[in-house]
Design a protein around this ligand. Structure first.
Ligand SMILES: Nc1ncnc2c1ncn2[C@@H]1O[C@H](COP(=O)(O)OP(=O)(O)OP(=O)(O)O)[C@@H](O)[C@H]1O
Length: 577
């Protein structure tokens, strides 16, 4: 497996940097988030009032054995409970809505970025790991930037409320209760660094496991044909074990944290109750006052505890954010010119002017001083041994990479000056493997040009000799062709791909080994549709198969050194040289 361009362990970025980086994406929903947070804080204020009413009921109705004194505070308490319930519901709803919208925006942004990266990025990285970054890791960021922020603010403000109320009831007892804070800070500090490392390891092994599942499942025909099910199961088991260990290391920390803080809390509550009992005996506090005080502590401590948990979640989010930011830092191999042209003549004249190219990091160039020109209706056949750089020509023409020296022109305009969309709109590539999406035959043909009419789709299918087999399918053009079109035969997929290229109707056509994988008869049969597709267009045909050589206007032979080429009618004798 090639080394991934994304390192195994992403560089560590602080929680603050993560927050600063992703907060701008919250724009548009900040008010929603603030409203959600505001309601959560108001609900906490209501809790303070409710506890105060509880103290009033204890002293005025229960301790004084006076039922009349019960009704007013009880009614107020019920009213407050209803308002709190409503505010909690609306607050939760708004916070979640803001968080999910942030997530949607973030995912869209990362996906749009990923779609601009060169194929190189996908070739070197592991797809499953990238998928994990686009799902789980992005969600972790949401927990830091949106819902985490609201939880943090709410917990801080609530803690302040309950602490202030406790101080109001008995400041000296409240001071005893505050003894928790430094212990709590020390415990949290000790945990969060370790938790961050453990969470990073867990994210990483999660990515590795997803990659293994993705790879194994997408290669199932190979796995089953070679009886390698057990190897794959072992591979996944190994990754699963690593994940289990990483998850347990993380859980050991997160599960230890809660109980540890609770023990500290219990000690504090017991000290407060002990001092309270003494004060009660000396008549310096009422029973209602003491119970209300204890209740304020009962609400204060969970908030303090959740502050610690938020610190741990933030560490986890930062670990995920590192991995997402690494994707965002990846740069495409080519950059669009600032004032790129969006119009070309669309005639399809192409010129390679002394193109030399080497892949990033490669020692030797794949192509050296490649020169040729071609115009509408012409066929350039490119041949040569495997690995000689034939498919690389397509990648350069589509500008997935820029040449090291020399240049490529389209209708007289250097392709570096064109917008990528304009350039790629002008060129249709029929790839070696006919890539399909799951969906219907119609959708797959129309993929060539969004908005293609029914008549255009059918005409393209007819020209591609695909119409007859499509209408014989159970639901005709509406038949689902399965994952990556696997319910169709190789030859049928080829024709659907030709129909898709027809619908696209671009002036330049690149056929990359169009008959690879087809048996001799099927290959002969697609020649007709291919010729119809080529008619009037500038065609580059990359092939080992020299069937179409006699029709070529130019043949370029790639190999070691400079390409050999000629503008000639094919004569088998010259092929041997
Ligand atoms: N993304 C890449 N990074 C580095 N080297 C690459 C990359 N893609 C291809 N190569 C190398 O460049 C050379 C040319 O590859 P290319 O796919 O253009 O060959 P080809 O002539 O089309 O081969 P085939 O006939 O087998 O399809 C090969 O040696 C290959 O190993």
């Amino acid at each position: 497996m090639a080394r991934s361009p994304m390192s195994a362990a992403a560089p560590v970025v602080s929680v603050r940097t993560t927050f600063r980086h992703f907060w701008p994406l919250m724009r548009g929903d900040r008010r929603l988030l603030a409203l959600g947070g505001g309601l959560a804080i108001a609900a906490a204020a209501c809790e303070v009032a409710a506890i105060w009413l509880f103290g009033v009921i204890t002293d005025d109705a229960l301790a004084a054995r006076d039922l009349d004194a019960f009704w007013t505070p009880a009614g107020a308490w019920l009213g407050i409970a209803l308002v709190t319930a409503l505010m909690t519901f609306v607050g939760d709803y708004l916070t979640t809505l803001a968080g999910e919208r942030f997530l949607l925006r973030l995912r869209d942004r990362v996906f749009a970025h990923v779609q601009r990266l060169s194929p190189e990025f996908f070739d070197r990285g592991r797809l499953g790991d990238l998928m994990a970054r686009l799902t789980d890791d992005i969600e972790a960021i949401e927990e830091l930037v949106a819902s985490g922020l609201v939880r943090l603010v709410t917990a801080v403000v609530s803690a302040v409320f309950f602490l202030a109320a406790a101080f109001y009831v008995r400041w000296d007892l409240a001071l005893v209760a505050c003894a928790l804070v430094p212990v709590f800070l020390l415990v949290t500090r000790g945990f969060s660094g370790r938790f961050r490392t453990a969470a990073g390891a867990e994210r990483l092994s999660n990515g590795a496991m997803t990659s293994t599942v993705e790879e194994s499942l997408s290669n199932q025909p190979l796995v089953q044909a070679y009886n390698r099910q057990e190897t794959e199961a072992r591979r996944l088991h190994r990754e699963g074990r690593t994940w289990l260990e990483a998850k347990m290391a993380e859980t050991r920390l997160s599960s230890l944290y809660g109980p540890l803080v609770e023990v500290v809390e219990t000690v504090c509550v017991l000290v407060v109750l002990g001092v309270g009992a003494w004060e009660l005996q000396a008549d310096r506090i009422t029973l209602g006052g003491l119970l209300a005080f204890a209740a304020y502590l009962g609400y204060l401590y969970p908030n303090v505890q959740s502050l610690g948990e938020i610190a741990l979640t933030a560490s986890e989010a930062a670990a995920g954010a590192d991995r997402v930011q690494e994707v965002l830092r990846a740069r495409p191999a080519v950059v669009e010119a600032p004032a790129a042209r969006t119009r070309v003549a669309r005639r399809g004249r192409i010129a390679f002017d002394g193109v030399t190219f080497r892949y990033p990091g490669a020692e030797r160039p794949v192509l050296q001083d490649l020169r040729f020109r071609a115009g509408p209706g012409e066929l350039v056949l490119i041949t040569g041994p495997s690995g000689s750089g034939k498919s690389t020509i397509t990648k350069l023409l589509l500008r997935f990479y820029d040449p090291e020296s020399g240049g490529i022109r389209l209708d007289g305009v250097p392709i570096r000056e064109l917008s990528l969309a304009t350039l790629r709109d002008t060129v249709t590539v029929l790839q070696q493997e006919n890539l399909m999406f799951s969906g219907t035959v119609r959708e797959n043909i129309a993929y060539g040009r969004p908005g293609a009419t029914e008549a255009e789709i059918v005409a393209a299918a007819v020209a591609a000799d695909a119409h007859d087999f499509i209408t014989a399918l159970p639901q005709g053009y509406d038949t689902d062709i399965g994952q990556r079109g696997r319910l169709l035969s190789g030859g049928q997929r080829q024709r659907v791909a030709i129909a898709r290229a027809m619908v696209r109707d671009a002036p330049v056509l690149v056929l990359d080994e169009p008959t690879t994988g087809l048996d001799a008869e099927t290959a002969r049969n697609v020649l007709g549709p291919l010729r119809r597709l080529m008619a009037g267009r500038t065609t580059i045909l990359i092939t080992h198969d020299l069937h179409l050589a006699p029709e070529a206007d130019q043949i370029i032979m790639l190999g070691r050194g400079a390409p050999r080429q000629g503008r000639f009618r094919w004569e088998p004798a010259s092929a041997a040289r």
